[in-house]
Design a protein around this ligand. Structure first.
Ligand code: AMP
Length: 246
């Protein structure tokens, strides 16, 4: 109990000093774009929500935006559904328009947290071109071996309302299929079935892993996170990674 409290106090200090310093840097006019990298199930979505609250930047998940379009049966939703159902990437032109439009919202003036984007080097280049020199990127790479990911994803449950993630075995809700936080109904994503998860991992290794090199080559942009640790530890590591200058 005391150790837990101590850890949170330490993290509070890091956040109040380091993260603020590192993110505002010498030029407070720079937007901060935090890019969450890593395979499906590595914990990007789990940490994006709390991180967004702590640092007051909006969390933008391209996967969530697509799912919302599918639920609302929009033209975009109809175009992307079959790609998502097969665990394939949606073509760039459909992703870029949707995301860049979202990033024009006033809540992104200081920056944002991108979850699930970029997925390919060509998307990363398009993001660079869109941002120009008015922003800095911090890429957090969440590392977890594939075998752990398959177990994690196939038991995943998500709240329909607030998107809080749970796990049937490792992090179950207090009441079956009901979100502890908001009372919303929990569901399993269609693409979280094991055969589709395997396809998504294959796509990740082929198309998304080169992104790690892309950001590693640029000084200070890539920060590694060991995402096999407990949720609390991973979140602390994220805050520490954001507070380091490079
Ligand atoms: P996610 O919620 O990030 O796991 O994404 C779910 C699915 O949405 C992926 O398997 C892709 O089909 C699609 N998707 C999400 N983001 C992107 C992206 N940046 N580029 C291409 N497809 C994406």
């Amino acid at each position: 109990m005391f150790r837990k409290l101590f850890a949170w106090v330490v993290m509070g200090c890091i956040m109040l000093t380091g993260v603020g310093n590192a993110m505002s840097q010498s030029n407070p006019k720079l937007m901060t774009i935090i890019v969450l990298l890593g395979p499906p199930g590595a914990g990007k979505g789990t940490h994006a929500g709390p991180l967004s609250e702590h640092i007051s930047l909006p969390h933008i998940s391209t996967g969530d935006l697509f799912r919302e379009n599918i639920r609302n049966n929009t033209v975009l939703g109809q175009k992307v559904k079959s790609f998502m159902d097969q665990g394939k990437l949606v073509p760039d032109e459909l992703v870029l328009d949707m995301l860049f439009q979202r990033m024009e919202n006033p809540d992104c003036v200081r920056g944002c947290i991108l979850d699930g984007f970029p997925r390919t080097v060509s998307q990363a280049k398009a993001l660079d071109a869109k941002l120009g020199k008015k922003s800095r990127i911090i890429a957090l790479n969440f590392n977890v071996p594939d075998a752990v990911l398959i177990e994690r994803i196939s038991g995943r449950l998500i709240c329909k309302e607030c998107k809080k993630p749970y796990h049937k075995r490792f992090d179950p809700p207090r009441q079956a299929n009901v979100c502890d936080a908001c009372g919303g109904a929990l569901y399993s994503r269609d693409d979280d079935q094991e055969n589709i998860v395997r396809k998504r991992l294959e796509v990740y290794h082929e198309e998304s892993q080169p992104l790690i090199d892309y950001y590693a080559k640029r000084k200070g942009e890539l920060r590694e996170i060991d995402s096999q640790n407990s949720k609390e530890q991973v979140f602390r590591d994220v805050m520490i990674a954001l507070s380091s200058k490079d």
